[in-house]
Design a protein around this ligand. Structure first.
Ligand code: SF4
Length: 694
């Protein structure tokens, strides 16, 4: 495929962001020179985020993987002998066969997540080959499994209020989300609602940009959102403000929820969450009184030991408060299930092999797993940067007897440890499908340019690997075009046809459903389950309970690592050439003699991070913040926030507990300071604009 020079291509962004923008890509001499918002998706509104505007720098930058390689230096060196695809895939097939013959097929662990995030780049030929091979299965739990468990149990993942309907709301509660950094196209609708008189409440331990524009900002201590939500329930029930008619007709379990909420007075919730009880009472009063009222439930609140209970309690609020049935009322979580996609195109059934929680990668690589993991195949993912307990992951990747294969677009931190690297195409060099999970849209992704270097699409590479392993079957899709047709055919009635015809695709209920008018719970009985018994059994202390803060005298500060506008998880962070800063409140900085711009050490029993300090009241006292997704190059000692994050699991959905990291911070003084400063000279300090990246 050769593209003519000097023109524009229309495509869509499939990256792991709720918005799925339509894109206009400008080309010159067969290269991408600019990206901007396209017209196809009205939510895009002609603009896109700053990170994807820079996507060309990822494609053509110094970190891009251009050809397959076999590692020369020690693990982590990132030194490779460049080889052809034939040699590389022959080696991959050989090590997989050898591992299977000697240790069993489960000794091969595929490890992938949302790095590319389209419908073609994950769960197509990749799933086919690993299923047929009998590899270990991966529980994809780094993000959204905890909120997803609550959403599934309470509502059967009923579709959410979409962005445009926020303009109709009279009260908007943004809880554990920062749309100014992730899902930016929600912000104009919130601002429009505010101009029309809507009130805005933000619940976040940081003063995010929207928090600064809010009528009320609650900054709870990380891990305590459930206490705040239960206090709101108590108020609704005990003040006679619950919608009894709705509860009787449309829900089950309201009595059990009321029982569990009974103990959560505003005072008790305030003590636990470190909030003024009057502020919680204000939110309760505003929420009870307003209609339409909508809650944007984000993913920040799930990343802790109480995350599932918090999500369940927050998602239950519109049912108890009677907020459904009007445009602009209800909740937003994820619309990824709105299309009813079943991935029937995989074409191989899932084997009953071992399931590995992706949060436990370090344990799996270093512990006494039976069989041991002998081949780790990483794609669409950078676990050294994104998985918890980073030092244990690194120790595992350093194992002599582990073969690590990394199939990626750039030389990530994980790829530096690979025995074999394989270059992948980006979404501007391949076909794919972009499914939004904020708005409801599904768009085709078209290649804008030829593949850079020798990069190849996931579909093609896994199909070839399947063939080399002797696992292919006749008549199956073996390249991205054939697989694209198979996916189009496998989409729900009418959707594939619309996409083929470049017409707007929509599920049967349209792209702006009103909850309890156009869409209803997908539970077995069609009711909201406010007290699902299976969640009550799963949560360590039961549903709607609270597990105390893991802080100790040694480790008093809560470390959070939120998403920011520089990267999508760790993707695109390679373009940031600055040392990161830890945001710390003046009340925590001054007793530690820490001034803005100082070099600091953040540490606990799991590890340490040396970086700069940004002293700022934008984070609540007792909580410090490092950006999510940093690469090792962004700190002065090569460790990131995940070196301090435990690999414990959340109360529901076996999700990650990044925000349960508890740490101490100290200023780095003397010689170490000078050395750190020298190291930092290569990279300007991020502290000056730390506020923007936190
Ligand atoms: S990352 Fe999100 S905001 Fe940025 S271009 Fe992609 S869909 Fe749009």
């Amino acid at each position: 495929m050769t593209k003519p020079a000097g023109h524009q291509v229309t495509t869509a962004c499939p990256l792991d962001c709720p918005d799925s923008c339509s894109l206009s890509v400008s080309l010159s001499d067969g290269r991408v020179v600019a990206l901007d918002g396209g017209d196809a998706n009205p939510v895009t509104g002609g603009y896109i985020c700053g990170k994807v505007r820079r996507f060309g720098e990822r494609m053509y930058g110094p970190d891009r993987l251009l050809r397959p390689g076999v590692r020369l230096g020690p693990p982590g060196s990132g030194e490779f002998r460049w080889v052809g695809w034939d040699e590389a895939l022959a080696r991959v097939a050989a090590v997989m066969r050898e591992a299977r013959d000697r240790w069993g097929a489960e000794s091969v662990l595929p490890y992938c997540y949302g790095g590319s995030n389209g419908l073609l780049t994950q769960d197509t030929t990749d799933a086919r080959v690993f299923r047929r091979f009998g590899a270990s299965r991966l529980a994809r739990t780094l993000c959204a499994s905890t909120t997803g468990a609550a959403h599934q149990a309470l509502y059967g993942k009923m579709p959410s209020v979409t962005y445009a309907d926020y303009a109709h709301a009279k009260l908007i509660v943004v809880w554990g989300a920062n749309p100014s950094a992730s899902g930016i196209h929600l912000v104009p609708y919130i601002r429009e609602a505010q101009r029309a008189g809507a009130r805005l409440v933000v619940v976040d331990p940081r003063a995010t940009p929207l928090a600064r524009l809010a009528d009320l900002h609650l900054a709870p201590r990380p891990g305590t959102d459930v206490a705040v939500a239960l206090a709101l329930h108590r108020h609704l029930f005990e003040s006679g403000l619950a919608d009894d008619a709705f509860l009787a007709a449309r829900t089950t379990g309201a009595g059990r929820l009321r029982e569990r909420a009974r103990a959560w007075t505003f005072e008790r919730a305030g003590t636990v969450a470190g909030l003024d009880p009057h502020a919680i009472a204000s939110l309760a009063g505003m929420y009870a009184a307003a209609s339409p009222a909508v809650i944007r439930c984000g993913w920040g609140l799930e990343r802790n030991r109480n995350g599932g209970n918090a999500a369940a309690a927050i998602l239950a609020l519109p049912a108890v408060g009677g907020k459904f049935g009007v445009r602009g009322g209800g909740f937003t979580l994820s619309n990824s299930s709105a299309w009813g996609i079943t991935k029937s195109w995989i074409g191989a059934s899932e084997p009953a092999t071992r399931v590995v929680n992706m949060n436990h990668l370090g344990r799996m690589l270093t512990g006494s797993a039976d069989p041991p993991v002998k081949v780790l195949f990483v794609y669409n993912c950078n676990p050294l940067a994104t998985a918890p307990n980073q030092n244990l992951v690194r120790k595992g990747l350093e194992r002599d007897d582990l073969t690590t294969i990394v199939f990626d677009q750039v030389l990530t931190d994980t790829a530096r440890y690979a025995d074999i690297v394989l270059p992948a195409t980006t979404f501007l060099e391949q076909y794919d499908f972009a499914r939004a999970y904020g708005p409801i849209s599904l768009q085709m992704v078209r290649p804008a340019v030829d593949a850079v270097g020798e990069a190849r699409p996931n579909v093609d590479v896994f199909a070839e690997l399947e063939e080399r392993l002797g696992l292919d079957q006749p008549g199956e899709p073996r390249d991205e075009l054939d697989m694209m047709i198979r996916v189009l055919d496998g989409l729900p009635e009418g959707v594939g046809g619309a996409i083929r015809a470049d017409a707007p695709a929509a599920p049967p209920f349209g792209t702006a459903p009103v909850q309890f008018v156009d869409v209803f719970p997908n539970t077995a009985d069609g009711l909201v389950h406010l007290f699902p018994e299976d969640l009550d059994r799963e949560a360590p202390l039961g549903l709607y309970t609270f597990q105390p803060d893991p802080a100790t005298q040694r480790w008093p500060l809560a470390l959070i690592s939120p998403a920011n506008e520089k990267a999508i998880s760790s993707s695109l962070y390679e373009l940031v050439r600055r040392t990161a800063a830890l945001t710390i409140h003046p009340d925590d900085a001054h007793p530690r003699d820490i001034a803005d711009g100082d070099t600091v050490r953040v540490f606990n029993d799991l590890g340490a991070v040396t970086c700069h300090a940004a002293v700022s009241p934008t984070v609540r006292p007792g909580t410090v913040s490092l950006p999510k997704g940093l690469w090792c190059r962004h700190t002065l000692n090569g460790s990131t926030a995940n070196a301090l994050a435990p690999d414990t699991l959340a109360d529901l959905g076996a999700g990650a507990c990044f925000n349960d990291a508890r740490v101490q911070v100290e200023r780095v003084a003397g010689a170490a300071d000078a050395a750190a400063a020298a190291a930092a000279a290569a990279m300007p300090v991020e502290g000056a604009d730390a506020e923007r990246i936190h």
